[in-house]
Write a protein that binds this ligand. Structure first.
Ligand SMILES: C[S@@+](CC[C@H](N)C(=O)[O-])C[C@H]1O[C@@H](n2cnc3c(N)ncnc32)[C@H](O)[C@@H]1O
Length: 234
């Protein structure tokens, strides 16, 4: 994994190790910008007025809680991940905050526990990059979305050339050191930088989404393309 190539068992174990400090590390490393990026994803999803949404690779449910708050009470929000320690943090938060209408369940994005065409939208933030088999995972997203529904994908990407050196410094040098202090896990954040470097740019992921059977694929580049919000229709 130090090569940035995700292997499912190692990804699951890694997120389990950093689970307690994971949300804090995100906020600190992005200087809080991740909240705005997450809200852009949630707004794009809510604009489609979905009745049933699955938030995949939910982690501790950061996107799922924001969706729950943004959507009407009649909408169903189900959150899935394959890392149990993060799901437990999400469930504990839901209990603590008295959140209704949000479920957390085990679900591997490469073999989702959902019937074909069963949701209006899937959301996934920073999950696709960690798929061991990305073409298979994207086909699986396409399988569970009903015709006319959408996949909304928030993911790191390749920034504009002028911003690339700053981005490199942040993800390859600053983030591993700061995150190691916060989480005690240097390897996890070395993997973060390497996995971002190996991930396609917005056009590349658009082609992969089309190959998986999605149409009307479009990308909104955030912070000079550091992060991209991809929208694709089934
Ligand atoms: C970087 S975290 C993102 C968590 C959350 N979406 C957020 O925005 O905070 C990536 C998550 O993807 C999950 N993940 C990676 N591959 C997965 C897979 N094949 N199936 C389910 N979850 C997966 C990990 O367990 C982890 O919780």
């Amino acid at each position: 994994m130090s090569d940035g190539i995700p292997r499912a068992e190692e990804v699951r174990a890694m997120f389990g190790r950093i689970s307690r400090r994971y949300d804090l590390a995100n906020r600190v490393l992005s200087l809080g910008l991740c909240v705005g990026w997450r809200n852009a994803l949630v707004r794009a999803c809510a604009a489609r007025r979905p009745g049933k949404v699955a938030d995949l690779a939910t982690g501790s449910g950061d996107v799922a809680f924001a969706l729950r708050a943004a959507l009407p009470a009649t909408a169903e929000v189900a959150a899935y991940d394959f890392c149990e320690p993060l799901l437990e943090i999400g469930r504990a938060r839901a209990a603590r905050e008295g959140t209704q209408g949000l479920t957390f369940a085990q679900g591997d994005c490469l073999a989702l526990p959902l019937p074909d065409a069963s949701v209006d939208a899937v959301t996934i933030a920073y999950g696709v990059r960690n798929f061991e088999d990305r073409p298979r995972g994207l086909r699986e997203l396409r399988r569970v979305v009903r015709p006319g529904g959408a996949a909304l994908i928030l993911e790191f990407s390749q920034p504009d050339a002028w911003f690339a050196p700053i981005h490199w410094l942040q993800v390859r040098v600053i983030a591993p050191v700061v995150a190691a202090l916060l989480t005690g896990d240097l390897a996890a954040y070395r993997y973060l930088g390497a996995s971002i470097a190996g991930f396609p740019d917005a056009d590349g992921l658009a082609r992969e989404l089309e190959a998986a059977g999605f149409a009307k694929v479009r990308a909104t580049r955030l912070l000079f393309g550091t992060v991209v919000l991809h929208e694709a229709e089934a």
